[in-house]
Ligand binder design. Sequence first.
Ligand code: PMV
Length: 329
Amino acid sequence: MATASAPGKIILFGEHAVVFGRPALAVPVTQVQATAVVTSLPRVVPKGTQKRSNLDATHWQEHVRIEAPDISLYSDLHSLLSNPAPHPLALAVTSVLAALGIEAAPPLSIQITSTIPVAAGLGSGAAVSVAIMRALAAFLGRPLPDRRISALAYNVEKLHHGTPSGIDNTVVTYARPVYFIKDHLTEPFRVNRPFTIVIGDTGISAPTKESVTDVRLLWKSEPARWEKVFDQIGQIASRARQVIEAEDPAGLGPLMDENHALLELLSVSCPELDRLILAARRSGALGAKLSGGGRGGNMIALVRKEHAPAVAEALISAGAKRTIVTQVE
Ligand code: PMV
């Protein structure tokens, strides 16, 4: 048996501009996790094929059980690959086997559980991929290094989300704060003084692909104007890293407010997010912004630890479906 987990994540600064090559900061959210458990199943030889030494491709895939009770999924690799759009969980499995040069897996069961809200900008898809890949590689006796796991999870993200920057798979794989520049740099960084973030979920499921597409259309309509906005966002992310590494984290509050204003300009906020952000600021947060793709999903607020319960309560009163308080350290 092999078990592996990966945390959720939030983007602290730099979403959307990161797709256009500007730096972004993301941190793990360890209160929520995806976990995969791989166990072996008895070998079944189909009738009439006892003499064949190798089971054909379809047959072995039918004996790779994939179960994710949280989303009522009880299936096998063959069925999940047979859909017109292969299921991301199945792609996570086949990409690990391909990376290890394994043509047919032995009969096994993969049980996936996750406490990470789905389609809410908390990295649930990437975390599930990473957990499956790690557990399966370990089960097969060939654990893969983080760099490989992150790259494989990125490929699965690409198949389903178009042109992701790669920040989600990176932060959930390394499970540390990262400073990230697409295709250039992944730098885990240290936190000088831990700080507290309250996450508020609008409950609106918003596909990141759509907001990313809209931002690209905006950029195409007036590249010079939007490049400047991306530059400003990138500068905020770089400045935020300096604050986190060496200064009083309270300095992140105004940076969050500025970053949110620029995301509003990019048209990726929505009334529900703005309402939660305002409620957070009014109830004592030092700053607040949307986090992730926007148009729904989550917002984040920087708070002094002792104010976290009051801010979380204010978010619920303002319509948040759920809050998570997390310590970044
Ligand atoms: O919605 P999320 O948390 O997966 O974040 C998307 C972040 C974007 O910058 C909007 C897109 C990306 O691929 O980086």
